[in-house]
Design a protein around this ligand. Structure first.
Ligand code: ZN
Length: 154
């Protein structure tokens, strides 16, 4: 990747810092960041932040915040959210128009297909009659034997 290509999303650079990328993506992102004037400072800033956060001491609160929040919620007497209504099931009369439309569409397709088949059969017979004028023996040609010309129907 070069700097002319599209820069990766910030989340991808963060994943690179957190060592969360698989090898092909990691190598491609490393190559891009090495040559990109936009992404290189972002990567450096993310690494600095990671180092700074790692240096912070672990803080363990001596208060159970979940208990305090639950108690405040109970004291506020907040109404519970209504359960979501069940998704409506389709009734037969709601599906009737779609079923009727589908049946009409299929019937029309079968009817139009049938008319096409009948028309093509008549056209094929007509074309066969026209092509009967062209035989292997040109008009006025001599028959080498009488059966040769009679076998063609002449
Ligand atoms: Zn970039």
């Amino acid at each position: 990747m070069s700097s002319a290509e599209k820069c990766p999303r910030t989340e991808a650079i963060s994943a690179l810092v957190d060592d969360e990328l698989a090898e092909p993506a990691r190598a491609a992102l490393d190559a891009h960041v090495a040559g990109c004037a936009i992404c290189a400072p972002v990567l450096a800033e993310f690494r600095q932040l990671r180092t700074t956060f790692a240096a912070l001491p672990d803080v363990t609160p001596n208060v159970d915040f979940a208990f305090l929040v639950d108690r405040r919620i109970a004291a506020a007497d907040v109404p519970k959210p209504k359960p979501k209504p069940r998704p409506q099931r389709w009734r037969w009369w709601q599906l009737a128009p779609a079923t009727l439309g589908g049946a009409l569409s299929l019937s029309l397709g079968v009817y139009l297909g049938g008319t096409l088949m009948l028309g093509s059969q008549a056209t094929a017979q007509h074309a066969a009659l026209q092509m009967a004028a062209f035989t292997a023996i040109p008009p006025g040609a001599l028959c080498p034997a009488l059966q040769a010309c009679n076998s063609m129907g002449r």
